[in-house]
Write a protein that binds this ligand. Structure first.
Ligand code: S3P
Ligand code: PEP
Length: 467
């Protein structure tokens, strides 16, 4: 059964991105990308853990909107954040800076608690709920309309099972929530989803409360929380589909360094493969295998992508350089059909769809049901984006089928105010003759402020049109 590929583009808040394809540039280009968004969120929230000192300095953090969304919430809790080029410093013990409450049609009376607004950043909101449920203080966590529509029971239900007192103030299962009281006991919980944010929230609560916990999961998604907490001295063990926190005080170092984001490195690599000329290297990227599903899928299909200069960072993450050479000659189709690979490529699925559209064979990106709960329903929006280029693409059950070999054309394509979909569209447009308008494409700033420059490095002409 295939779902229709039409889905309406919302009124755009962001400027459009105009992209004109050009022949790829020869030679070896170096294209740096910003710090990892997931690790930056975790590093920032480490400052709230009982083992943190009064000052935490984070180098290389992601500078995008989703990370910046967390800073006013920290300020409302009395954590001042200083931002300088390439670094963030968090100071505990500052005067709290209250945030204005965003009205909600279902909430007449707001509890008298600090109000923490996290815009559209689900990682910020969910991880914050976890830390507050472990170490307090009591607070309200809220988000914008898109975030208010994303599931919170994935983490609130297991936290409540551990004794945390968390109230839904509006609709059940949705933000805003009031975290009144901490988890009271350790134990064992089973998560219904592979969401790394849900697992991270529950683990952060247990570690912050120093209560032993076993978390069972259906699939093991990105493990930055486990690596970070282990690096901080917590005793964590992983078995096939569970993680066990055995206790142990965590000590947060005063300085942390965030490696570059593999989900952002995917765009210059995709631009390279679509353009075909020369080669690209993306330095200092987090090479954690739970994040490499995009590259693994392309390598398995025959693309020339290598990891070089591998080393380990202080946060327990492997770091190195990704090198992609040549194009897609000989690559027939892309296949993702197991949950672990899907989760290792979860944010890159829109880009895999764009690449699959440029291949001759039939691609399948499956096990992707959780994509329905992102900033948009990415099964539908990725499909509609690729269809706007002329691709033969459809949502089938919990995945996306792309029948390649269709001629693709530049034109006007929707970005759905979803950074991953908009960047995937712009990357594909960079390899097509003619001009493409990605509606609302400037929303890439949510995760990748330097995206346009990265695309230009591959030869595309990229401009922003605010009119
Ligand atoms: O843990 C994280 O920082 C993230 C986990 C993923 O979300 P889910 O955990 O909801 O799958 C990912 O899509 C998101 O970009 C960041
Ligand atoms: C889904 C994403 O992030 P979040 O869940 O934090 O909104 C993303 O960055 O693609």
């Amino acid at each position: 059964m295939s779902a229709p590929t039409t889905v309406s583009q919302p009124a755009t808040r962001s400027a459009d991105l105009l992209v004109e394809g050009r022949a790829g540039t020869p030679g070896l280009r170096t294209v740096p990308v910003p710090g990892d968004k997931s690790i930056t969120h975790r590093a920032l929230l480490a400052s709230l853990l009982p083992g943190a000192g009064p000052r935490l300095h984070i180098r290389g953090g992601n500078p995008g909107g989703a990370v910046r969304a967390l800073l006013p919430a920290l300020a409302a809790l009395g954590y001042g954040v200083e931002t300088t080029a390439g670094a963030l410093t968090i100071h505990r013990g500052r005067l709290p800076v209250p945030q204005p409450i965003r009205p909600h049609p279902g909430v007449a009376h707001w509890p008298d608690l600090p109000y923490l607004y996290t815009e559209g950043s689900s990682a910020a909101a969910r991880l914050l709920v976890g830390v507050l449920a472990g170490a307090g203080p009591a607070a309200i966590v809220d988000g914008d309309d898109v975030l208010r529509d994303r599931p919170m029971d994935w983490l609130v239900a297991p936290l409540a099972a551990l004794g945390a007192h968390i109230d839904y103030l509006g609709a059940h299962g949705r933000l805003p929530v009031a975290v009144h009281g901490p988890v009271l006991h350790g134990g064992e919980v089973t998560l219904a989803v592979g969401s790394a944010q849900a697992r991270a929230a529950v683990l952060l609560a247990a570690v912050a409360a120093e209560l032993p916990l076993t978390v069972h999961v259906p699939v093991f998604s990105r493990d930055h929380t486990e690596r970070m907490l282990t690096a901080f001295g917590s005793r964590l063990e992983r078995t096939a589909l569970a993680v066990h926190y055995r206790g142990g005080r965590c000590t947060v170092p005063a300085e942390l360094e965030v490696p570059a984001d593999p989900s952002l490195a995917a765009y210059p690599v995709a631009a390279q493969l679509l353009g075909g000329a020369g080669a690209v290297r993306v330095p200092d990227v987090c090479l954690n295998p739970t994040r490499l599903g995009f590259f693994a899928t392309l390598r398995a299909a025959g693309a020339d992508i290598a990891y070089v200069d591998e080393r380990r960072s202080a946060l327990g993450e492997p770091v190195g350089t990704i090198v992609a050479r040549g194009g897609l000659t000989g690559v027939e189709r892309l296949t993702v059909d197991d949950p672990a690979t899907l989760h290792a490529a979860i944010d890159e699925v829109p880009l895999l769809v764009a690449l699959a559209a440029a291949l001759p064979g039939e691609s399948w990106l499956g096990c992707a049901g959780e994509l329905r709960f992102k900033e948009t329903d990415r099964l539908r929006t990725s499909t509609a984006m690729a269809a706007a280029f002329g691709a033969d693409v459809a949502v089938v059950h919990d995945g996306i089928r792309v029948r390649g070999g269709r001629p693709l054309r530049a034109g006007t394509v929707p970005g759905f105010e979803d950074h991953r979909v908009a960047m995937a569209a712009a990357t594909l447009a960079g390899a097509l003759p003619g001009r493409t308008t990605v509606l609302g494409g400037a929303c890439h700033r949510t995760s990748f402020p330097g995206f346009a420059a990265a695309l230009r490095a591959a030869g595309a002409v990229v401009t922003e049109d605010g009119s």
